[in-house]
Design a protein around this ligand. Sequence first.
Ligand code: NOJ
Ligand code: CA
Length: 681
Amino acid sequence: MTNLLRNFAILMVIMSCSANNNSFDITSPDERIKLSIFQDNKNSLHYLISFNNEIILDASNLGIEFTNIPDFKNNLKIVSIKRNSNDYTWEQPWGENRFINDIHNELAILVKDKLNREVIFRIKAFNDGIGFRYEFNKGFDGKSVIENELTSFNIANAKDDSVWWLEAYKKDRYEYRYNQSSLSEVSVSHTPLTYITSNGTHISLHEAALLDYSSYVIRNGGTNNLELELVPAYDGTKSTHYGNFITPWRTIQISDTAKGLIDSSLILNLNEPNKLENTDWIKTGKYMGIWWGMHIGENTWSTGPNLGASTAEAIRYIDFIAENNIDGLLIEGWNIGWDGNWIENGPIFKFNKPQPFFDMDKVSSHAKKMGVSLIMHNETSGHVPNYELQMDDAYDYLEKHGVHHLKTGYVGFSNGYPFNGIEKARPNESGDLVYEWNHGQRMINHYTKSIIESAKRKIALNVHEPIKPTGLRRTYPNMMTREGVRGQEYNAWSDGNDPQHTTILPFTRMLAGPLDFTPGVFDVWFKGEDDSSRIRTTVAKQLALMVVLYSPLQMAADLPRNYLKRMDVFKFIKDLGTDWEKSITLDGKIGDYIVIAREEKHTGSWFIGGITDENQRSYDLDFSFLPEGNFQATIYSDGDNANWEYNPFPVNISGQSVNSNSKITIDMASGGGFAISLIKE
Ligand code: NOJ
Ligand code: CA
């Protein structure tokens, strides 16, 4: 669905220029952001970015080195430039916002080297940031093996202790706490990497439209120069191409404020429009799961007395879901392969064969009868070859049973290998087993294949242990949500997430796309007060997270019995929408707090979530963002003396009528938050 609602001026100016005096500027439509591109005495290309006349990226490098063909970096000649501008609005089939404005200026610089090879360096300048990419257009007909992409981000003026980054090349992929430090302490980081300048400008570095290319991490090259580093394949090569190719967009989101980063649509705007013929079948929704019970040790994935995925258990869940205005059920452990240590079972998983205690025909027809959608689970344990061999059968099987949602998983087993060998049994040319990073080109291509093949069967994806999002949900809206984070599950079996973790995620990981964090747990002391396995939030904050942490498939992760005990609080989850006309970040400070309001599509109801870190704070909520009319507000806030550490359970529930003139002050407890539903009167 690529509804072109308005199509304003499209302006195209073609200019030719000589090889000398080669400096060109492009500004954002509001002229606040300016990128200048110029050449040095070796005739290589560099760029520089300013925002409100503050230089935010000093002269930074461009170019590519290859292992098997000459580099494209020096002795470059700018042959011509083309300018273009766009101002139009497109509609999303689902998302945080129904309509997205794409307003940008574009500059395409055609560059030639001594061998007459041609590359277009394309830049798009939006009011919320810059994207640029290389298009290898002529003279790259054969095999090109990239050794290095030389792109760098020469950071000017980063404020002390104001870079949020996630260390790369670690065993558990993106599943770590964010570091907050000064720029000099950054070693090697995943993106998005977010920082603040001493003038208070908020910037985030990432990439968009990551397809058939290795993803990049950021390596500190010293003296404020952050270097783009492509994640290598097992043999050290970075990215291999046959024929012409383009790189993903290198993105720099820029805003005066922290909340401005969240409301940016840069990443989506840099992706290609929807390629699926029909998207009506792609449904957002709330889901519960045969899931948390496994993580807290009450149930098992493997067969045994506490098996989670039995036919009877699935039916019990389906009935609860149907009664309580939830949409879907996630079922893990339903298929063959979970017995023993599932982390090592990559080669033996079967994706079209249920285990003996699970009757897929019965469960799927009961779900259909009750109007509940199933989210079936495929855990690969990182064994990509086994999964790729069965992919057609796996997706055909789901299609046959009327299943439209699939959760995939790629927990990797490192088996002593220093890397997390995500693709653990891939034979190389000599037949030896080799291990790949999760983030290299081969895995990118695997994930893309899964998106395309599942779409053919009308199956939408929730990927765990994924590659970071880069906005592909625009092109393939069946790529709905993903993990790629230290999610709720860590609270079940590790030392857990600290209260500030979820106040960092919206400004970092989530700038890239939706997050399957799996919030909504009421029994935050599931192993008792003194156990270190616990959730470090209040219950009110668990509700708030369901609004703040956007996911088109939003989990209510707790067990039915815990919801049954708090039906008054559960009402918020029953009422909550999952598809939005509009989202507004009302306020926020990275690592401290955030408040987001969302208007539900079609109903005009609003939902607000606010969360704080370990510090209690009161928030003055101004409802001036509301449209005309009165709304019945139900406010779920931290109860008396609530705090995450000693007293997480009390939730105050109060009601009042509000309109756009209303203002209220809400207290958030330490590790707390609030959630509000606003139903039109
Ligand atoms: C890790 C996933 O994040 C989790 O959701 C899942 O339950 C387990 N792997 C088992 O597949
Ligand atoms: Ca995980």
